[in-house]
Design a protein around this ligand. Structure first.
Ligand SMILES: C[S@@+](CC[C@H](N)C(=O)[O-])C[C@H]1O[C@@H](n2cnc3c(N)ncnc32)[C@H](O)[C@@H]1O
Length: 238
């Protein structure tokens, strides 16, 4: 499949207005180390994703090779991306985040660990996904997405039917969509949404056993200490 085989602006069945954001606007201070990493490494390993129509993104060009691609949406400080990419050198990891200190932190980890299979996109993941070729992803990871617990904010959730349809379109047949959350009600809603997609099949019977390859991050440790168990969901595209 090449980037010419699809229309990257193809709309999902029930598009969510692009003004409805799935992230909280937040500022964050950067350490000196992060500022330095961002300045030096973003030009080589980073990709800006502005809002609105943009050029298609061809992962083979971005990584300089044709390997299976894992997209991690909302990579936070990048701990999970760095660990998983380091343990999986035959696949390429494309992390996308809006939070600049997190992007900078991941770039620093990439350099310190000598990772060659990581690229970091800065911007709204949904804009990036719209620019990726259909069938171009081997896996999509969504770990601890913002839960948006109030019902009036549910429209801001990442895992909702229109977004799932878009992500599933970018997965190759057999590719996986892996979500994890510590928010019980969101976990149930995620499972219902993923079950309802006719092109996705649950790889397990309901929630998945915690996969050992997903590292325990600070975020997960905090959830466990607060008594919120974590649920994993792993689906495959037919
Ligand atoms: C609760 S944090 C979890 C971070 C990380 N996955 C972890 O496990 O520590 C959710 C992250 O998703 C990011 N995010 C939410 N919606 C996003 C979007 N549409 N595009 C890019 N990043 C997004 C937020 O900026 C935030 O850093």
């Amino acid at each position: 499949m090449t980037s010419t085989d699809h229309d990257p602006s193809a709309a999902p069945p029930h598009p969510v207005p692009r003004t409805v954001r799935t992230f909280h606007p937040r500022r964050g201070r950067m350490t000196g180390r992060q500022t330095d990493a961002l300045g030096r490494l973003f030009p080589a390993y980073g990709l800006d994703v502005p809002d609105g129509p943009g050029a298609p993104v061809d992962p083979a060009v971005l990584f300089g090779r044709a390997a299976p691609v894992v997209l991690e949406i909302g990579s936070g400080m990048g701990e999970t991306t760095a660990v998983m990419a380091g343990a999986d050198p035959d696949r390429d990891y494309l992390a996308v985040e809006v939070h600049t200190p997190g992007i900078a932190n991941l770039l620093d980890l990439v350099e310190r660990r000598g990772l060659r299979n990581v690229r970091v996109a800065r911007g709204d993941a949904l804009e990036l996904v719209r620019r990726l070729p259909a069938g171009s992803l081997d896996a999509v990871h969504i770990f601890f997405p913002d839960p948006w617990p109030k019902s009036r904010h549910h429209k801001r959730r990442l895992v909702q039917p229109a977004h799932v349809a878009l992500l599933r379109d970018r997965l190759a047949p057999g590719g996986s969509l892996h979500c994890a959350t510590d928010w019980a009600e969101y976990a149930e809603a995620m499972r219902d949404t993923l079950d309802a997609d006719p092109e996705l099949v649950n790889a397990y019977d309901g929630f998945a056993p915690r996969p050992a390859h997903r590292p325990v991050t600070k975020f997960e440790r905090r959830a466990l200490l607060a008594g919120r168990p974590v649920a994993d969901l792993i689906y495959r595209r037919r």
